[in-house]
Write a protein that binds this ligand. Structure first.
Ligand SMILES: Cc1cc2nc3c(=O)[nH]c(=O)nc-3n(C[C@H](O)[C@H](O)[C@H](O)COP(=O)(O)OP(=O)(O)OC[C@H]3O[C@@H](n4cnc5c(N)ncnc54)[C@H](O)[C@@H]3O)c2cc1C
Length: 400
């Protein structure tokens, strides 16, 4: 919460001027804050010439006692009635990090009717589960989620908090970092503890994916990171694991928000979803024209696979951007990835190189995609794909 020291305030109005949210007004030569509008961004704090503004619970640079912060947290994400798979992936990594730091793993789950689900988080690696089960949280609302998690973090002081780099995580997690005045590394592909210390080494692609940057938040806590789905491996469920389940009943001010959810609609997709598919057949510019996408669709149909695409062809409007795989698309790690007429640019590779088996079809024997391929087929997709489809359909008894 933003606090104003009225003895120090000289009513200069600089805070009112810089506030983008219209949360501050100067009345009778003293600044006043409207807590409803204040986003706790801290711009006014940095601007005030008298040092009259302070975010309560905020951290002074260089004055954070890092030893006060202990434990690894994972924000569990619900997808309908079940946990999003990224939750289990994060718990697997959290378990490893926590074991190295000799601290417990805590999962935080918010929603309505979620309490019964808590044991699943224990089975996947959590030592403690904090359940925030409230009717007001039946729909995801970023503001309420952010306030509750920031509140819990101020109370319990975890040293690391992880969330999925999903639409949900991307919506609320930066707000939590702002409220806690700490750093956040988005879209990490690797997380490790520094040798001989407690800092989290957060690795992510930078400069268009041309190099990997390792980011350290060494003077603030908690250390916060989001990780894309399908980058980390989950632990097998162990129903014999024991853990503590704690209920937290949030006070009303944490549940208050400015969003009214009118309707929640689940998008219906044809065939398996791209990020969850076991087999992905992906199309690139080597298909030469949009009509030839049919060759990829036929093979995908035969294999009950999802269809992926490079940015070259989503930009060209051949297929919707929902199919784009890579740095600015989704990350996939299926059992089988078939790359059809794809060159293997780094921005594409970062989204698919975790696949178990990669089959690449390209007429250029030196194409970079072959560097990551398990099997290379050097040939024209217009000839290879129909032959492959015919053979596989026959084997599987599927009509195209
Ligand atoms: C900031 C940034 C973000 C980006 N994000 C993404 C992203 O998320 N995902 C992504 O995919 N890209 C992304 N890109 C674009 C990326 O750099 C490449 O341009 C893109 O992946 C190339 O797509 P492509 O392989 O389909 O096309 P091309 O690079 O044009 O390759 C076509 C390939 O097809 C082969 N070929 C041609 N004809 C045939 C044939 N008849 N039979 C067989 N093979 C044939 C060619 O030999 C070639 O290797 C991004 C770029 C930038 C700068």
């Amino acid at each position: 919460m933003l606090k104003i020291d009225l003895d120090k305030c000289i009513g200069c109005g600089e805070c009112e001027e810089v506030c983008s949210f219209g949360a501050i007004s100067v009345v009778d030569e003293k600044a006043q804050v409207d807590a409803e509008l204040c986003s706790l961004c801290g711009t006014c704090v940095d601007t005030c010439p008298e040092g009259a503004l302070e975010i309560e619970g905020g951290q002074e640079k260089g004055q954070v006692d890092l030893d006060d912060w202990k434990g690894v947290w994972v924000i569990a994400e619900m997808r309908g009635d079940a946990f999003a798979p990224v939750t289990y992936e994060l718990l697997g990594k959290a378990r490893q990090l926590a074991d190295e730091l000799s601290v417990p793993v805590t999962a935080i789950v918010l929603g309505h009717g979620v309490k019964d689900k808590a044991p699943e988080l224990v089975a996947r690696g959590a030592d403690r589960v904090v359940v925030v089960d409230n009717e007001a949280l039946v729909h995801f609302v970023d503001e309420a989620y952010a306030k509750i998690i920031a509140h819990l973090a101020r109370q319990e002081k975890p040293e690391i908090i992880l969330a999925g780099a999903t639409a949900t995580g991307r919506a609320f997690f930066p707000q939590v970092a702002t409220m806690l005045e700490t750093g956040l590394t988005a879209d990490c592909t690797g997380l490790e503890i520094e040798e001989g210390g407690r800092n989290l080494l957060q690795t992510r692609p930078a400069f268009g994916g041309n190099l990997m940057a390792t980011i350290v938040c060494d003077d603030r806590r908690p250390q916060m990171a989001t990780v894309r789905p399908h980058v980390l491996k989950p632990l097998e469920a162990d129903t014999g694991r024991q853990g503590e389940i704690i209920d937290f009943e949030p006070p009303q001010e944490l549940l208050d928000h400015r969003v009214k959810v009118v309707e929640s609609v689940v998008e219906e997709a044809e065939g398996p979803g791209l990020t969850d598919a076991e087999i992905v057949v992906a199309a690139g510019r080597g298909l030469e024209k949009q009509e030839n996408l049919k060759l990829v669709e036929d093979l995908a149909h035969c294999l009950d696979a999802a269809i992926g695409a490079t940015r070259a062809i989503t930009d060209a409007g051949w297929i919707s951007t929902n199919h784009q795989i890579g740095q600015t698309g989704v990350t996939v790690s299926p059992k089988l990835y078939i790359a059809c007429g794809i060159s293997g640019a780094i921005q594409h590779l970062v989204g698919m190189q975790g696949s178990d088996i990669i089959v690449a079809i390209n007429k250029d024997k030196d194409a970079p995609i072959f560097d990551v391929a398990t099997y290379a087929i050097v040939g024209d997709v217009k000839e290879v794909l129909p032959a492959l489809t015919k053979k596989i359909c026959k084997e599987r008894g599927v009509d195209v």
